[in-house]
Design a protein around this ligand. Structure first.
Ligand code: NAD
Length: 367
């Protein structure tokens, strides 16, 4: 919408976007857009989404918006990478994967490191393998190809470190033993969060819309199960959303009984400027989604900093620092008298400004 109003360059100027790359191959029926938002901290990196967009404008705006989100995510997480995103305009169920992703890989290769890609909605690790046949500028790869493999457990680990820091602020202790945590969604991240929370001794209330996932979790852990639409009203200490976006809204905020919201789901606030302050007014500490869920990408991209070699221990240590990130976030929120969702942006912007003062356009990482 905003892109239509401002025009392409108006929009890019407003949000400080650097590059927009269009890729087209008629024979392959291939159309993709690569948005490079900001290279102040390092090479522009971000996953590739495959989606059937209603219009070209929608695809461009999505690529631009998502690339900006990556800049903030890396900056706030202390990762020296810039933000970018690729979108392939196609049905994510399209079967001719090799043709699509090898074509895409060749376009990425032509950018010679200005963009490094990975997995996102509509793309799989297998698709990444096709890209890797054509370019080395790819981060998310299976372990046998030199990548970090599955990253969801590390996303969950990062969520929990942020949660512990939030607990320290709210309850005076970061010990989750005996804390009641309501987990929404038992997929890749949610199930791993349950496993790790159980190990911390947390009391768990869980839900999913997929009965099979509930029964798998029930077999492994001592959990209480609630209906999907009743999770918001559970009397608990912490709400951990690991399913969909926009779940923090007028309706759910009225039901929440928790003191902390900290989970992996992307875009949790339906309307950030309305629901961020509403949570604060209700005395609920919100750990912003892109801070809480950065663990997977911190883990995945760690090898880019050291010539491409995975070191699981070092990468995990970096994810553990999400504890300090959340402490920093809370400090900024208090310092500036702003809600936590805004403090996350300030934290990212301050880091970009600080590093920009030292160096700009440092897209010289090699893999
Ligand atoms: P997933 O698809 O594996 O799991 C999502 C789960 O949520 C599924 O089990 C699904 O049945 C359930 N669900 C859907 N709607 C629901 C509802 N209304 N109520 C309860 N459960 C519902 O996804 P994932 O990889 O675990 O990611 C979870 C969230 O975290 C997503 O928002 C994703 O964008 C975000 N995220 C994931 C990662 C990662 O490393 N996988 C990283 C950053 C952010």
């Amino acid at each position: 919408m905003e892109l239509r109003e401002l025009g392409l360059f108006g929009y890019m100027k407003k949000y400080k976007h650097e590059n927009l790359v269009f890729c087209q191959d008629e024979e392959v029926d291939f159309k993709a857009i690569i948005a490079i938002h900001c290279t102040a901290l390092g090479s522009a990196t971000g996953g590739t989404r495959m989606w059937k967009y209603e219009s070209e404008t929608d695809a461009i705006e999505d690529a631009l918006r998502l690339s900006r989100g990556m800049t903030y995510k890396y900056a706030a997480a202390g990762v020296n990478l810039g933000g970018a995103k690729g979108v392939i305009m196609a049905d994510p169920k399209r079967p001719d994967r090799e043709r699509i992703f090898r074509t895409y890989g060749r376009f990425i290769d032509r950018l010679n490191g200005a963009y490094i890609t990975g997995e996102d909605v509509g793309t799989t690790l297998e698709d990444m393998e096709y890209i890797a046949m054509e370019t080395k500028f790819i981060v998310t790869l299976p372990e046998y190809l030199g990548g970090s493999g599955a990253i969801s457990p590390m996303t969950a680990y990062g969520v929990l470190q942020g949660m512990r820091a939030a607990a320290k602020e709210v309850f005076g202790s970061d010990d989750l033993d005996g804390k009641k945590v309501a987990v929404q969604g038992l997929g890749s991240v949610g199930s791993s969060a349950v496993e790790q929370l159980a190990a911390y001794g947390a009391k768990l209330v869980v839900t999913d819309i997929d009965e099979a996932r509930i029964s798998t979790i029930r077999k492994r852990f001592d959990v209480e199960v609630t209906k999907a639409d009743e999770i918001f009203g559970v009397d608990c200490d912490i709400f951990c959303p690991c399913a969909l976006g926009a779940i923090i809204n007028d309706k759910s905020i009225a039901q929440l009984k928790c003191k902390i919201v900290c989970g992996s789901a992307n875009n949790q606030l339906e309307d950030a400027d309305r629901h961020g302050p509403m949570l604060e007014k209700r005395g609920i500490l919100y750990v912003p989604d892109y801070i809480a869920n950065a663990g997977g990408t911190v883990y995945d991209t760690d090898r880019l900093m050291v010539g491409g070699l995975v070191n699981k221990e070092r990468a995990k240590e970096k994810v553990a620092r999400n504890y300090e990130r959340v402490q920093e976030l809370i400090a900024i929120s208090k310092r500036d008298g702003i809600p936590s969702y805004r403090a996350a942006d300030v934290m990212a912007e301050e880091r970009i400004a600080a590093v920009s003062a030292v160096k700009r356009h440092t897209n010289t990482w090699t893999i």
